[in-house]
Design a protein around this ligand. Structure first.
Ligand SMILES: NC(=O)c1ccc[n+]([C@@H]2O[C@H](COP(=O)([O-])OP(=O)(O)OC[C@H]3O[C@@H](n4cnc5c(N)ncnc54)[C@H](OP(=O)(O)O)[C@@H]3O)[C@@H](O)[C@H]2O)c1
Length: 254
């Protein structure tokens, strides 16, 4: 444990499972005070109990990032109750794959609402606080990290709309990086390959089995592998901006 984030506050969206939960635990280990956001409050409360028992002040935010008002209220609570906001990890996301011709449009709407609009709402609500944190913190830097995907780099059959959302946030983050660089708010993207989480368990029957078959025999990444990448990015000294990290499973060809 380096404690290099001591005195700072980190907000992690989608912290009720998988990569987000591992990231919240890891940033707590780096010394940050933590705000965890997702819809499943019971899972967040269990995580918060754990983190508090290890000495980390933790705020639970039960909210849907697809709803801008809920996001605004949640970010407002972070600053009101924890005093500041230095690091945002835009991790919450959903993935519904399968051929375009067979896809229920509700799945596309959900991916656009969470993976794209949700990232925009959270980032927009957090920005003024990140800018002031970068000015007044001893580290003199703040961070927005968005969890994209290898699907944001390489579009494959069966992932058209998921890829669209992830390549979209890559473009958003690159533009934002240029806007915020003079204010010392770093903007980074982590692009995981296939990670062993609940993500595919929400897919339709049939699609779920196809995905499982594609991954058969592969050693998948663990959520901690991605949490480590996020931690690396946000614990660098202010002179270093690690803006992009692509982390594939060693067995992954795409
Ligand atoms: N697993 C992979 O192979 C992989 C690969 C590349 C990229 N990613 C990306 O990594 C991120 C995390 O996914 P994961 O693999 O860790 O899957 P996961 O275990 O299913 O986690 C997804 C998280 O997002 C939250 N979430 C979903 N919809 C939300 C909403 N409307 N509002 C607030 N929170 C919401 C979920 O919490 P609630 O359900 O409690 O709201 C959950 O905490 C996603 O952006 C995903 O696209 C994953």
């Amino acid at each position: 444990m380096t404690e290099s984030l001591k005195g700072t506050v980190a907000l992690v969206t989608g912290a009720s499972s998988g990569i987000g939960e591992a990231t919240a635990r890891t940033l707590a280990g780096d010394g940050a005070t933590i705000a965890v956001l997702a819809r499943r409050g019971d899972r967040l409360r269990a995580l918060a109990d754990d983190l508090r028992s290890e000495g980390t002040t933790t705020l639970v935010l039960e909210a849907d990032i697809a709803d801008p008002q809920q996001v605004q209220a949640a970010v407002g609570r972070v600053v009101a109750e924890l005093g500041r906001l230095d690091t945002v990890v835009n991790n919450a996301g959903v993935s519904f794959t399968g051929p375009v011709a067979e896809a229920p449009p509700q799945e596309w709407d959900r991916m656009l609402a969470v993976n794209v609009a949700g990232v925009l709402h959270v980032t927009r609500a957090a920005l003024p606080h990140l800018v002031s944190a970068a000015q007044d913190s001893p580290r003199r830097v703040a961070d927005v990290v968005t969890i994209s995907s290898t699907a944001g780099r390489v579009a494959r059959a069966g992932q058209a709309v998921y890829s669209l959302t992830k390549s979209g946030v890559n473009a958003f983050c690159e533009s934002l990086r240029q806007e915020l660089q003079p204010k010392r708010v770093r903007v980074g993207v982590v692009e995981p390959g296939t990670v062993n989480t609940e993500l595919s368990s929400h897919m339709r029957e049939g699609v779920r089995e196809t995905v499982a078959k594609q991954l058969e025999g592969m050693e998948l990444l663990r959520p901690q592998d991605i949490a480590d990448a996020v931690s690396y990015m946000v614990t660098r000294d202010r002179r270093v901006a690690v803006n992009e990290m692509l982390v594939r499973s060693g067995d992954q060809t795409w």
